[in-house]
Design a protein around this ligand. Structure first.
Ligand SMILES: NC(=O)C1=CN([C@@H]2O[C@H](COP(=O)(O)OP(=O)(O)OC[C@H]3O[C@@H](n4cnc5c(N)ncnc54)[C@H](OP(=O)(O)O)[C@@H]3O)[C@@H](O)[C@H]2O)C=CC1
Ligand SMILES: Cc1cn([C@H]2C[C@H](O)[C@@H](COP(=O)(O)OP(=O)(O)O[C@H]3O[C@@H](C)C(=O)[C@@H](O)[C@H]3O)O2)c(=O)[nH]c1=O
Length: 295
């Protein structure tokens, strides 16, 4: 049975990839740190060669944006060298590689949505190391798709929705930055998109390759996002708090973040016919799941 190797099994995306309904003739082999340490490039090569995988989805990453500023060797190992090792191994095995990247490869200076070929200029170590991963995959010789996504949220793992609900349960008011704009992305919707892409890559030698953007539809700011989380949470009897919009200058962090990281869907729509749904609708599903867990 053809198998797809998925990394980041315990992360938001990896969890949702494992929850997808896959065709009966496809097996998902999902690994995390315990099975495969991505800082060990020899282990990556050995894992990819260990059986005749049909494809690899590298969903793992060093995602602690602020911590990466002082931990850059590990961030580069996981986000750049590991994708290089996957690229090399996939090229040797003759199988496609799906690599996941980030809106943080952009500097945020554009007005309007970022297109896939817009100039990249990361503001911090996380974005720079993810860009390193993109370049490594592009030059590896492997047939590949790179999907940049943004502001990934889900009912599990660490993410902005869960942070807001946790902090909002204890406080009346939360200060949240209002001058950083982008689109939230449901990990489930991202996983469904990657499923579509990887199945096409496995079954169709002429499937589109290259770099694509996927997020949910609609632009917002972190402050508006937080306010909508509390609006929908309150509707379900969950925690609510007042959101005080603040400028980034009043929320100092070790890593700089882009002011605008809105991603254009033109490329993924044209190549794969994928049309993301609105982020508020996706958020509603996540809150349903979270509140069901609490009930
Ligand atoms: N989260 C977001 O907002 C965004 C994410 N992305 C990208 O999307 C992809 C998926 O992100 P998401 O699911 O949210 O990430 P998570 O942080 O939820 O999960 C990352 C996973 O990678 C694993 N991992 C980290 N270091 C290693 C290592 N050395 N060896 C093996 N596994 C490791 C983690 O394992 P452990 O838990 O054991 O540390 C975890 O399971 C990543 O490529 C990320 O860069 C892009 C834009 C936004
Ligand atoms: C918790 C909190 C955050 N913020 C701000 C800080 C930051 O500018 C913004 C988002 O905070 P976070 O630290 O949750 O998000 P951050 O770690 O920057 O999220 C990023 O993660 C990586 C992995 C990506 O690839 C990006 O697409 C993006 O999702 O909100 C507030 O203003 N108030 C708060 O109470």
């Amino acid at each position: 049975m053809p198998a797809i190797l998925v990394t980041g099994a315990n992360g938001q995306l990896g969890t949702e990839l494992q929850r997808r309904q896959w065709p009966d003739d496809i097996e998902i082999v999902a690994v995390d740190l315990a099975e495969l340490d991505l800082t060990d490039t020899d282990a990556i090569a050995a894992m990819v060669a260990s059986r005749p995988f049909a494809a690899v989805i590298n969903g793992a990453a060093y995602t602690a944006v602020d911590k990466a500023e002082s931990d850059l060797v590990t961030a580069w190992a996981v986000n750049a060298l590991a994708p290089a090792a996957f690229g090399k191994a996939c090229a040797e095995a003759g199988i496609p590689l799906v690599q996941v990247s980030t809106d943080y490869v952009f500097d945020g200076s554009k007005t309007g949505a970022w297109e896939v070929n817009d100039p990249v200029a990361p503001l911090g170590v996380y974005g720079a190391s993810k860009l390193g991963g993109e370049l490594a995959v592009r030059t590896s010789g492997a047939r590949h798709v790179i999907v940049r996504t943004a502001w990934v949220v889900s009912a599990h793992g660490n993410n902005f929705v869960k942070t807001m609900l946790r902090v909002g349960a204890d406080r009346d008011t939360l200060n949240v930055v209002a001058d950083q704009h982008g689109s939230p992305t449901s990990a489930a919707d991202l996983a469904e998109t990657l499923k579509t892409i990887v199945l096409r890559l496995i079954r169709d030698d002429t499937a589109p390759t290259g770099t694509f953007h996927f997020s949910n539809a609609g632009a917002t700011s972190w402050a508006e996002f937080a306010a909508e989380i509390f609006r929908q949470s309150e509707q379900r009897g969950g925690p609510s708090a007042r959101v005080e919009p603040i400028p980034t200058s009043e929320y100092p962090t070790p890593a700089r973040r882009p002011a605008n990281s809105l991603l254009s869907h033109d490329a993924i729509r044209a190549a794969y016919g994928i049309e993301p749904r609105d982020w508020r609708e996706a958020l509603s599903d996540i809150l349903d799941e979270l509140m069901k867990e609490d009930a």
